[in-house]
Design a protein around this ligand. Structure first.
Ligand SMILES: NC(=O)C1=CN([C@@H]2O[C@H](COP(=O)(O)OP(=O)(O)OC[C@H]3O[C@@H](n4cnc5c(N)ncnc54)[C@H](OP(=O)(O)O)[C@@H]3O)[C@@H](O)[C@H]2O)[C@@H](O)CC1
Ligand SMILES: Nc1ncnc2c1ncn2[C@@H]1O[C@H](COP(=O)(O)OP(=O)(O)O)[C@@H](O)[C@H]1O
Ligand SMILES: [K+]
Length: 477
């Protein structure tokens, strides 16, 4: 799996790469700039906007390459060459073309704008001249190519400062960062290309990544899952509990998704009044009614429990939650199941996977949603360590953690931002666990499958949860 590194880790990576290639850091910068130059869209005229560090250095080198390639190039230097240091100073010195120190008039004279303002060294929100430059770039009609990462986007977290360069294409050099694909990342990078400068991954094998990128190939495991000589009992017994009065849909979506994901036998637990309606909506699903606090539920044998979708927070909800959480069944905890957990101090040993969206994660960690989004990896890791389970932090660039390693999903889109798609995801995770996949594998495969289904449908508008379930099998063909 493709590793993702934090900004602090990029210096040792650069050093290891230079060492492997037996070149110095300036030659590495030249290679980086050439790599980016090769990904430049077809153009005659380009503006290269350079900043104070080595990202700017890449820009100066690229500008000279373009000049030698007979393009009409203009460098807009936010920092005067005399005040640059190290490789960036050398790069500026080697540039033989035209330079300006203020915003060029007629921004539409350029076919392409190269954003070489900030890379991994961004340390705060761009202000003053830098803010003006980013706003200028964003107003240009030209195609925008960002060197390494769009300026203003924080590589470690994917938080986009206001303003951040809105790139059409981003060429990441040597390594990718979590911020390229989680939180705001995918809204700013445009087409994302990684150029490893022909340095094999093993060269930085001793540098621990911050996370890994999940891959479509994970789903191959699913295609091999069914033996000829098997029966429904081979694919597990699953309980799906939730759906207080008026919320039957949540458990129905979850149970149906588990069914389509291949679980053998599925039983829904909902209110006494709603239970008879379950097979009317979906004949393959069995149902059990829970009347309330006085009712000691007879819990059927089960390999996995999915708890919380539409569960609510009433007395009925709490009583059902309490009984099921102490039933010692490996549990996928979602939605209100998580909110009830946030309200109690009890240990919850049976939780195998939890699937919070940022608001649910914020309740569990007793902080604000913006604190979760400010560092999604830290949040998911903290939850995984605290609850000793696999945690799936949903949203753009869903992150999975088992407390040891983190995995980010590069697929999916805001087409999934619609009621009930989270219930579907919980059902898929539980459905895969019932078939014998580990909690981590199930979370990884379900997240990828769920997101790829949205990409496969590519509606560019809301994908309803029911349609999502209907299209799931198409991704496995
Ligand atoms: N090392 C190598 O061998 C290679 C590196 N490569 C390239 O180098 C890039 C990393 O370079 P880098 O470390 O110099 O960081 P970079 O992002 O250019 O800027 C840091 C400067 O910006 C400043 N600054 C930060 N935020 C600011 C703000 N809001 N407003 C104003 N200023 C702000 C910051 O100042 P400070 O925070 O110290 O005050 C510092 O002066 C990397 O992304 C890749 O493109 C490739 O060529 C491959 C070989
Ligand atoms: N912008 C987005 N990009 C990618 N996936 C998204 C986006 N918005 C929502 N999703 C996905 O859609 C699902 C929504 O889940 P959730 O918020 O729990 O909804 P619900 O509770 O209504 O089922 C999650 O899997 C989430 O990752
Ligand atoms: K940049």
């Amino acid at each position: 799996m493709q590793p993702l590194y934090r900004s602090q880790q990029t210096k040792p990576i650069d050093a290891a790469a230079a060492d492997y290639l037996q070149i110095d850091s300036y030659q590495l910068m030249q290679r980086a700039a050439l790599a980016v130059y090769r990904h430049l869209p077809d153009c005659e005229t380009l503006l290269v906007v350079t900043g104070p560090g080595n990202n700017g250095g890449d820009g100066w080198v690229l500008a000279e390459l373009a000049r030698q390639d007979h393009k009409k190039v203009l460098v807009w230097a936010l920092q005067k060459p005399a005040t640059l240091s190290g490789d960036a100073a050398k790069a500026a010195e080697d540039y033989q073309g035209e330079v300006v120190y203020a915003a060029p008039a007629e921004p539409d004279q350029f076919d392409v704008v190269v954003d070489a303002l900030f890379g991994t060294g961004l340390s705060r929100a761009p202000g003053g001249l830098y803010q003006d430059a980013i706003e200028y770039i964003n107003q240009c009609q030209a195609k925008v190519l960002s060197v390494d990462i769009p300026s203003g986007l924080v590589g470690d977290t994917g938080v986009a400062y206001i303003p951040t360069v809105q790139a059409d294409k981003t060429v990441a050099i040597l390594n990718m960062m979590p911020g390229h694909i989680t939180a705001d990342g995918r809204d700013y990078c445009g087409e994302l290309i990684l150029d490893r400068l022909a340095v094999p991954e093993r060269v930085y094998a001793d540098i621990d990544p911050s996370a890994y990128v999940l891959k479509q190939a994970m789903l191959n495991l699913l295609k091999q899952a069914r033996k000829h000589n098997s029966h429904k009992g081979s694919y597990g017994r699953l309980l799906v509990a939730g759906g207080q009065h008026g919320m039957l849909g949540a458990v129905l979506l979850c149970g149906t998704a588990a069914l389509v994901s291949g679980a053998g036998l599925i039983q829904l637990i909902t209110t006494q009044e709603q239970a008879p309606w379950v097979p009317v909506h979906r004949p393959e699903l069995m149902a059990l009614g829970f009347t309330g606090s006085e009712h000691q539920i007879h819990i059927p044998p089960a390999d996995v429990l999915i708890l919380g979708m539409g569960l609510g927070s009433s007395q009925w909800s709490k009583a059902l939650w309490q009984q099921l959480m102490t039933a010692n069944i490996p549990t996928v905890l979602d939605a209100d199941g998580l909110n009830l957990l946030a309200d109690c101090d009890e240990a919850a040993d049976s939780i195998a996977v939890m699937t919070p969206h940022p608001k649910e994660a914020a309740r569990l960690l007793n902080c604000a949603v913006k604190d979760i989004q400010a560092d999604r990896i830290k949040a998911v890791e903290t939850l995984a360590k605290r609850y000793q389970c696999v945690v799936v932090l949903k949203g753009s660039g869903t992150i999975i953690s088992d407390g040891e390693e983190n995995f980010i999903c590069p697929y999916g889109s805001a087409d999934l931002a619609t009621a009930g798609t989270g219930d579907v995801l919980a059902g898929m995770i539980g459905g895969l666990m019932a078939q014998g996949f580990s909690a981590l594998q199930s979370a990884q495969m379900a997240v990828v499958w769920h997101a790829l289904t949205a990409d496969h449908c590519a509606l560019g508008r809301c994908l309803t949860a029911s349609d999502l379930i209907r299209h799931l099998p198409e991704v496995l063909i």
